[in-house]
Design a protein around this ligand. Sequence first.
Ligand SMILES: [Mg+2]
Length: 366
Amino acid sequence: MELAYHKIIEINNKRARNRYPRLYGKNSRLPEHSYGGDCYLVEIKTDKGASGWGLGRCNEEIKLKMIGKSVSEVFDPNIGILSPDARCLDFALHDLAGKILKLPVSKMMCDTPLASVNCYDGAIYMNDISPDTRPGGIDAILENCRYDYYELGYHWFKIKVGRSGKWMEYNEGLKRDIDVVRAIHKEFPDAILLVDANDAYTTDSLFKFLDGVIDCNIYWIEEPFQESVEGFQLLREYLAKHSPKTLIADGEFNPDLPLLMDLAQKKLIDVFLMDVEGYGFTNWRSMMKTVNELQISASPHNWGQKLKTHYSAHLAASFQGIDTIEGVPDLTEGIDFDDYQLKDGYLWVPDKYGFGMDMIWTHSIS
Ligand SMILES: [Mg+2]
């Protein structure tokens, strides 16, 4: 097998900066998400001149364990990484193997991957109340939607809600959550809307909010409150009555996998949201089999950087059950990912080897 001929000879840590096109404001729990930040990348080189890279950072101990091994000792194209030691190299090894085997990662995982995947806009933050020095009101959020729809090509919006917890007085915050969703629905009546409360609601405040917006094409409700069987039972009953097609999505923050499985078996959760990096690409590959057995769906959490959106695009192109993925509008300095094109709400996955992105220049770090 071709991967067996390539021996790992170098592992290099890198740092890059990603930049958002505007200030991403508050969510229900956190203050401004700023204009982007740093991310760590790791590059692997082989003795045959191949290289791959991806999000991750490798310590000296793991480097020593990996250097000298053949790629096939640490990676299987049908599985992913073969040992937890290679966790920090999960994306980089997928990229490297794709390049050696001359396959896009999606094609390494599936003979007939989709060419494009539905991708929603994950960047509609609480810019009505951000920044504190000059909050923009609802108009600021509508302007964000216009930019992302007309300039970037997003057609689905995920809207941050839950102002009544930390940022506004209870009734005022609840009203603002409703007014924001209704204003977006009014201006974009065909747009599919997702709402994300980052666990800020109680059942009582959630149902008051939903009473105000349930006619607004609500595709899913994400992290309404800390997940529990009792809470999600009440939510399921509410949805069965008022909007049976609306999905319940959870598992992003500090996922409790046994509880998520229990909720899925009880049909109280529809979409698993564990982070593509935090949970891991290889783990997601194997989790998709469980997702299909449970007859639910999944959408790996990608917030932070578009690199993660692109990784998830390969999963969505290869596995049934990922109906939409989180889009992060950003640029990562030194990375060329222009071959990924977003058009009419669909992200087109490039027919290039590995993850199909080029690292032009990034800072070397230890
Ligand atoms: Mg979320």
